[in-house]
Design a protein around this ligand. Structure first.
Ligand code: NAD
Length: 482
């Protein structure tokens, strides 16, 4: 069985006295690893280590030339690729996602390190319309000690989306993976150990969010928290972070609208609607969990969608035939099933799925059928709240204005999509959707070069792209009297 340790100050930390947490495979409930359960003292030690390594900007990591820091990141990218299959296998074992989905995460993670290694070598030289006697310039400096707190749905990739820009910018970091899925983070720190970062520049803290995560959020020695997870946790972190006014970035939940007009190419729209909600078994923050279909094609669209949804092969992520894996844990499966019960009680109509899968082969895992509801109203909790599982809700609209109104009628604003063959209409509508990640005639398409994040209660700040780097930088203006 794998033994998962923390990594602090350039060393693996195996505290025998610490409690262990059992990590299980969501496809069959089998225990696959034992993880050290971090304590508040461990969190304090990790923070001290990162603070020593940062040394008010004088540590070897923040002072290193950006091009040299970039070399470390290129080495990490190469080693992630060398370990591609093993990392994907471990991610499937720990999170449940299919091997194809997990392999995609590893490839994207390597690309993300390369992207930021390149970006940090291209600083903006900024001139201004100052008088000739004054030379003005803007420089970017690291923020300091960064606590990076990530969820269980993309354990490796969400960690990398934060680690790569934070390190490129010269910060020292403490990663706190989800206690549910720590396996690939530990494997990645093996790679960091081989690459040989300066002691204390990269630290790994395992354990419960409310204990070690809260210590990161509260500590006056942490300068920045970058968090991805649920909206309620984001709210709690924001309060804890207020003590020293630390900088925060929050990437939170969503209830994203996928709008299908009657003039859409229906084959494309159905394909992407299915992928939009059932990719990752719906455990994706940007899932197209509300499918808004123009009234005139609603019934025909739903029929085609449900027919296809029923044919999705659900099974263990390590079976190449599986198109959708299990939910991440029994607790999470029960939460998703309780929403399905609530949907029925609220009067919505099930058009496919609705049950846990309890065949002999799958009964020990946390598998739920691809599910969809019609006959919903805008007030229903299944329409307003993030279910974070393979549950689509259909809504209808009369015309363009109505589509925009229904799309924006939630507290969230993470993602959104429009399907139509009328490009002008697509642009008019997408510009009115209050969300940070949007698509036209596609769903879930994403690049490391572009900013990721939400409007409204879906978060604060942006990950990825140039904006993702700036989240980990202070900006200083320097005016020189020549
Ligand atoms: P979660 O909020 O329960 O936990 C996320 C992380 O926060 C975990 O590491 C957890 O240990 C830690 N944590 C929990 N309580 C804490 C506290 N009081 N202080 C500090 N840290 C604490 O989320 P989850 O269940 O792991 O993930 C699912 C959620 O993540 C969904 O709501 C989903 O929408 C969101 N998510 C958002 C994005 C995005 O980019 N916007 C991406 C992935 C997931």
């Amino acid at each position: 069985m794998m033994q998962l340790s923390m990594y602090i100050d350039g060393k693996w930390k195996n505290t025998n006295e610490s409690e262990r947490r059992l990590i299980s495979n969501p496809a069959n409930g089998e225990v696959i690893a034992e993880a050290i359960e971090g304590t508040v003292d461990d969190a304090k030690e990790a923070i001290r280590s990162a603070k020593r390594a940062f040394q008010n900007g004088e540590g070897s990591w923040p002072r290193m030339a950006p091009a040299e820091r970039a070399d470390y990141l290129y080495k990490v990218a190469a080693k992630l690729e060398e370990n591609h299959d093993e990392l994907a296998r471990l991610e499937t074992l720990d999170n449940g996602k299919t091997h194809t989905e997990a392999g995609f995460d590893v490839t994207e993670a390597a690309d993300c390190f390369r992207y930021y290694a390149g970006l940090i070598r291209a600083p903006e030289g900024q001139a201004a319309d100052a008088p000739e006697s004054i030379h003005t310039t803007v420089v970017h400096e690291p923020v300091g000690v960064c606590g990076l707190i990530v969820p269980w749905n993309f354990p490796l990739l969400m960690s990398v989306w934060k680690i790569a820009p934070a390190l490129a910018a010269g910060n020292t970091i403490i990663l706190k993976p989800s206690e549910v899925t720590p396996v690939t983070a530990v494997k990645m720190f093996d790679i960091f150990n081989e690459v040989g970062f300066p002691d204390g520049a990269v630290n790994l803290l395992l354990g419960h969010g409310a204990i070690v995560g809260n210590e990161l959020a509260t500590s006056r020695d942490v300068d920045k928290i970058s968090f991805t997870g649920g909206t309620e946790t984001g709210r709690a972190i924001m309060k804890s972070a207020a003590g020293n006014l630390k900088k925060i970035s929050l990437e939170l939940g969503g209830k994203s609208p996928n709008i299908v007009f009657s003039d859409a190419n229906l084959d494309t729209a159905v394909d992407h609607a299915l992928f939009g909600i059932y990719f990752g078994a719906g455990q994706v923050c940007s899932s197209g969990s509300r499918i808004l279909v123009e009234e005139s094609i609603h019934d025909a669209f739903v029929e085609r969608f449900a027919e296809r949804a029923k044919k999705i092969t659900v099974g263990p992520g390590n079976d190449p035939a599986s198109e959708m894996g299990p939910l991440v844990s029994e607790d999470h499966m029960n939460k998703v099933l309780s929403y399905i019960t609530k949907g029925k009680e609220e009067g919505a109509k099930l058009v496919c799925g609705g049950n846990r899968i309890e065949t002999d082969a799958l009964k020990d895992g946390y598998f739920v059928e691809p599910t969809a509801f019609t006959d919903t109203t805008e007030e229903m909790s299944i329409v307003q709240e993030e279910i974070f599982g393979p549950v689509a809700v259909f809504q209808t609209f009369k015309d363009e204005q109505d589509a925009i109104r229904v799309a924006n009628n939630t507290d969230y604003g993470l993602a959104g999509s429009v399907f139509t063959q009328d490009n002008a209409k697509a642009m008019r509508v997408i510009k009115k959707v209050r969300a940070g990640i949007t698509w036209i005639n596609t769903y879930h398409t994403n690049f490391n070069d572009f900013p990721w994040g939400g409007y409204k209660q879906s978060g604060i700040g942006r990950g990825l792209g140039k904006h993702g780097l700036e989240e980990f930088q202070e900006v200083k203006q320097i005016n020189i009297n020549l």
